[in-house]
Write a protein that binds this ligand. Structure first.
Ligand SMILES: Cc1cc2nc3c(=O)[nH]c(=O)nc-3n(C[C@H](O)[C@H](O)[C@H](O)COP(=O)(O)OP(=O)(O)OC[C@H]3O[C@@H](n4cnc5c(N)ncnc54)[C@H](O)[C@@H]3O)c2cc1C
Length: 267
């Protein structure tokens, strides 16, 4: 269990950012589900709960999700369920259990770039954006490719688009971390294939998506198989105690095929 020397509840984002960056070990407190697995001593725990960051707001073309929103709120919110065929809600629904999802927060789930993240895999397929206090607003892809620096993630922005999406993941047991995650979407006519837990963090398979684009409306079984093989060959896979690289590649090919077939079947 971690030790908190003091807890601060700043009233403004600027004050929160100042506190977080003041000392190396000062830490933002999300739901603390992950933090409590560690044993670090935190001089100042920065609690963001006075900053109004727990919300899901629907606008005409976007949905904004505040950093302190819980994964359970994401899972059950009507607007999120209606967006991108409910991809985000489906992706988080298998994370541990309801009580856990009631405390784990969106901000930490994105900012920490966990390799095993169901949430990031789905957000990539939705072409999401993020906003940070220092870094400003940027695409999720740009954020994931940027160097790690101390910052505060304030919200995630999802574009509302027409189309379909499918989520697939494999776990050794129900509440375990996934050993592979796959999200496939065709939104506003554009295909995206995101594969995570390889075991490194989720990435888009651009060549495989391009193969599907080129096929137009004719997504045959052969095209699906070719795209899945391309995705597996263009992304790196590794081994850890949950699965070997070879096993992950085999699972990825199958899950990607299933997800493409599911999306292609929705006209
Ligand atoms: C046992 C366990 C199993 C899990 N299984 C899965 C799984 O199967 N799939 C999955 O996708 N995820 C899984 N997760 C991750 C989980 O979904 C959350 O992403 C994780 O717990 C972090 O959320 P939190 O609110 O608890 O963060 P905290 O523990 O509060 O914080 C974690 C870190 O994030 C930083 N942080 C918090 N908020 C912000 C912010 N707004 N901006 C910048 N930094 C911030 C904190 O400073 C801290 O360093 C699991 C986590 C645990 C503990």
């Amino acid at each position: 269990m971690f030790t908190l020397r003091t807890v601060a509840q700043p009233d403004t984002l600027e004050a929160a950012y100042k506190l977080v960056t003041e000392k190396r070990n000062n830490t933002i407190l999300g739901g603390c589900a992950y933090l409590r697995l560690g044993s670090q001593t935190i001089p100042v725990g920065v609690d963001l709960s006075k900053l109004g960051l727990q919300y899901i707001t629907e606008h005409s073309s976007t949905i904004e999700i505040g950093a302190m929103t819980s994964l359970r709120e994401v899972e059950t919110h009507a607007a999120v369920k209606n967006c991108g065929a409910g991809l985000l809600s489906k992706a988080v629904a298998n994370i541990v259990g309801v009580q856990f999802r009631n405390i784990a927060t969106v901000g930490a789930s994105v900012f920490m770039r966990y390799g095993f993240s169901d949430f990031l895999t789905a957000l990539l397929a939705l072409d999401a954006e993020v906003e940070l206090v220092k870094g400003g607003r940027m695409s999720l892809i740009a954020f994931l490719d940027s160097p790690r620096t101390k910052d505060i993630l304030t919200k995630v922005i999802i574009r509302k688009c027409n189309g379909h999406a499918a989520y697939q993941a494999l776990r050794n047991s129900a509440a375990d971390y996934p050993l592979l995650t796959v999200a496939v979407s065709r939104l506003d006519g554009k295909w995206r294939i995101a594969v995570g837990a390889r075991p490194t963090r989720a990435k888009l398979a651009a060549q495989a998506a391009a193969r599907l684009e080129n096929a137009g409306q004719e997504i045959t079984a052969a095209v699906t198989e070719e795209a899945a093989r391309l995705a597996v060959s263009e992304l790196p896979f590794g081994s850890n105690r949950r699965a070997s690289a070879a096993y992950r590649q085999a699972v990825a090919e199958t899950l990607i095929k299933r997800a493409i077939a599911e999306v292609a079947a929705c006209k």
